[in-house]
Design a protein around this ligand. Structure first.
Ligand code: PEP
Ligand code: MN
Length: 350
């Protein structure tokens, strides 16, 4: 159910409607929009009986939302969600194309700083680096853990880059939320519903990567899990799905971008690194991602990929990353976007 408030409804009227919904044993999600506030109603206690909601002051109408995902749906919020970061002018969603770049894993302070310096110089506003790695083999490098989170916090202080890193379970979720700016939930955890609910309790942006074979609806339902707990700062990320094709690590499904943008107000990024698994494919797919309307890209960059402890073959060199930025800056205006580059020092220091 969705309560649409009148354009001139007061904050007190919105609050009174939320209180009424809470009293009925459901959860109210006020979602302010440019024109008016909508209040999503969720709960798992069966059908919501609208009672005399329609008669409450300030209410314009009460609408049934038939889709499985509600808070993630454009039916509930028409305007694109824009994720903002305190002390920075970087955004995810909206007109600017966001670029998240960095190594697959943080391997050492020297490695992380060298890569951060190069991606910052090329204009990236977000830095990625794995601290906790979900690896196929238990014998593969599992990440530096808390040490890596500390290194990335130093990188934020030094370069103003906002930090995106993955949490793999309830324990690491708390740590990542404490140290990073965006909490990533990896493809393998996209349907870890208990973890998604915990991420919903955070008041930090959560980036959800598409599951290895997730449908569009399953992907949006993962976002819905986070939002249902009151965290509306959700970013989606297409990273390829598994198909019969064996020329690439995964098959990048760019057609999901217009589909997500049609059905949801949430921003969607594309990760051409995990999608292809090949350095030579990253730049072409990054170009295509921006051309097809993605809100940004997440790419793996390494200064010595041949020595990388994870995902070396798909990591691009810093020079290739700089070229990618130049090309994306040219493509973005063709599709009505821009590529904000660099951090405004005043904002970063604030
Ligand atoms: C990653 O971004 O480091 C990662 C492990 O990606 P995915 O969850 O998409 O495989
Ligand atoms: Mn990786």
């Amino acid at each position: 159910m969705l309560v649409v408030m009148k354009a001139q409804a007061t904050p007190e009227q919105v609050q009174a409607v939320c209180d009424y919904i809470d009293q009925l044993g459901f959860r109210a999600h006020p979602l302010p929009g440019a024109q008016r506030t909508a209040i999503g109603i969720t709960g798992n206690k069966g059908e919501f009986n609208r009672g005399n909601l329609e008669e409450l002051s300030g209410v314009a109408e009460v609408i049934r939302v038939s889709k499985a995902y509600k808070l993630a749906s454009r039916d509930v919020k028409e305007e694109d969600t824009i994720i903002r970061f305190a002390g920075s002018d970087a955004t995810i969603g909206g007109r600017g194309v966001a670029v998240v770049a960095g190594p697959c894993s943080i391997e050492s302070r020297e490695q992380a700083f060298a890569i951060a310096e190069s991606v910052a110089a090329a204009g990236a506003q977000f830095f990625r680096g794995g601290a906790y790695k979900p690896r196929t083999s238990p014998y593969a490098f599992q990440g530096l853990g808390l040490d890596a989170l500390r290194i990335m916090a130093e990188i934020r202080d030094r370069f103003g880059l906002r930090i995106v890193t993955e949490a793999i379970d309830a324990h690491t979720l708390g740590l990542v939320a404490e140290w990073a700016d965006v909490v990533q939930i990896g493809a393998r955890n996209m349907q870890n519903f208990a973890l998604l609910k915990l991420a919903g309790k955070l008041r930090k942006p959560v980036l959800i990567k598409r599951g290895l074979s997730a449908t569009l609806e399953e992907f949006l339902m993962a976002a819905e899990y986070v939002m249902s707990e009151g965290n509306y700062q959700v970013i989606l990320c297409e990273r390829g799905v598994r198909t019969f094709a064996d020329h690439a690590r995964n098959t990048l499904d760019l057609s999901i971008i217009p589909a997500v943008r049609r059905l949801s107000h949430l921003p969607i990024l594309v990760d051409p690194s995990h999608a292809t698994g090949r350095r030579d494919s990253v730049l072409p797919m990054a170009r295509a991602a921006v051309a097809s309307g993605a809100d940004g890209v997440m790419v793996e960059v390494h200064d010595h990929p041949e020595k990388a402890l994870s995902d070396g073959p798909q990591s691009i060199y810093p020079e290739q990353f700089a070229l990618m930025m130049d090309e994306l800056a040219q493509i973005a205006p063709v599709v009505g976007r821009s590529l904000p580059r660099g951090i405004h020092i005043e904002a970063a220091r604030a």
